[in-house]
Design a protein around this ligand. Structure first.
Ligand SMILES: NC(=O)c1ccc[n+]([C@@H]2O[C@H](COP(=O)([O-])OP(=O)(O)OC[C@H]3O[C@@H](n4cnc5c(N)ncnc54)[C@H](OP(=O)(O)O)[C@@H]3O)[C@@H](O)[C@H]2O)c1
Length: 314
């Protein structure tokens, strides 16, 4: 069996990540062999790499070209440009991907743009879906400058909502405003968004005090989706206020659970036409060769840039 290059956990490298050699993948009958052209980084996997054992593989998001279609005939054929996701190990030059986790790309969507979609875009898609019918309803997205948040403000607008984005610093306002969002609220206290609420849907990946405050802004029958704990796992909740508001819901979103209900390929096929139509614009703050993976991962952990970083496989 031959070897290929892949990103592996390397304790003494920047960001604990560097290129290494691994065994070439052997697809099962329902997997396509994909030559990867671009990958994007997510905070969750990069954080996991900080404690993973040396040699562990990493990576969820990938975009590339099918080298060999699945033997069972499912999924895209050889030569098709695709985007997809793996449970881990997507940051390699060649990967075997279950065909239900792949979606075919039109020529008008670049592999770089597509690489940003899987985990961040699908998390935002499933979070927005929790709000039900959103036409004319107020939606608050905290951490709107993040990978998921930036997609969520856009998808909530596509769904017809009046969207308010929250960012902690003024430096991030411009990037969020570019999405066409109605209002951007800035500062440490999310309750500054109260005047634009109450909110039918809150989408939060910051956690801690941010989620505690955002929960007080829900309208009766409103839903808060919690998908992240960037600042910490604890939340303060006034239960009396929470239940007496009437019909409030706190939904814990774990993307890998959502993908068991609806395969990634289905959700990606819903997002791609929106990118094609210019209604969903990935915010790519950084695009560089994958040899820089460690520095880019460290920059993501340090929040040196907003939005997404894409690595090109050369
Ligand atoms: N449950 C799931 O399935 C799932 C899926 C995807 C992501 N996640 C998790 O969700 C979180 C966000 O993911 P992501 O990929 O969007 O991360 P990201 O791109 O790093 O974005 C992080 C966001 O949080 C904000 N933030 C960071 N520190 C903050 C603080 N102290 N106070 C207020 N805001 C702060 C950032 O604002 P600045 O721009 O100002 O730094 C940014 O908007 C991560 O914890 C990730 O692990 C979970």
């Amino acid at each position: 069996m031959g070897t290929i290059r892949a990103v592996v956990v390397t304790p003494d490298a920047p960001g604990r990540l560097a290129l290494g050699q691994i065994a070439a993948p052997t697809p099962t009958p329902s997997e396509a062999l994909v030559r990867v052209a671009a990958v994007s980084l997510n905070r969750g996997e990069v954080r996991r790499a900080q404690s993973a054992a040396a040699g562990a593989l990493i990576g969820w998001d990938l975009a590339g070209v099918v080298e060999r279609g699945a033997a069972d005939g499912s999924g895209p054929p050889s030569g098709a440009q695709v985007v997809g996701t793996l449970a881990t190990g997507a940051w390699a030059e060649l990967v075997a991907v279950p065909t239900h986790a792949l979606a075919r790309l039109p020529e008008t969507v670049s592999l770089t743009e597509a690489a940003t979609l899987p985990i961040a875009g699908l998390t935002a898609l499933h979070a927005v879906a929790q709000g039900g019918a959103l036409i004319g309803r107020a939606v608050l997205v905290t951490g709107a400058s993040g990978g998921v948040g930036h997609f969520a403000v856009q998808l909530a607008q596509v769904a017809g909502a009046y969207v308010v984005g929250h960012v902690r610093s003024a430096a991030r306002v411009a990037a969020v405003r570019e999405t066409g969002v109605a209002t951007v609220v800035v500062g440490a206290d999310v309750r500054a968004a109260e005047e634009h609420g109450p909110y039918h849907l809150v989408i939060d990946g910051v956690g801690g005090e941010t989620l505690s405050q955002a929960l007080t802004l829900l309208a009766p029958e409103g839903t808060a989706v919690s998908y992240g704990r960037t600042v910490g796992p604890g939340v303060e909740l006034d239960l009396g206020a929470f239940f007496s508001a009437g019909g409030l819901r706190l939904y814990g979103l774990w993307i890998f659970h959502e993908l068991r209900r609806e395969p990634a390929g289905v959700g990606l096929a819903r997002l791609i036409p929106l990118v094609e139509a210019g209604r969903l614009r990935p915010h790519i703050a950084l695009e560089t060769g994958w040899a820089d993976v460690g520095e880019v991962a460290q920059g993501l952990l340090d929040r040196d840039f907003p939005g997404k970083a894409v690595l090109l496989i050369d």
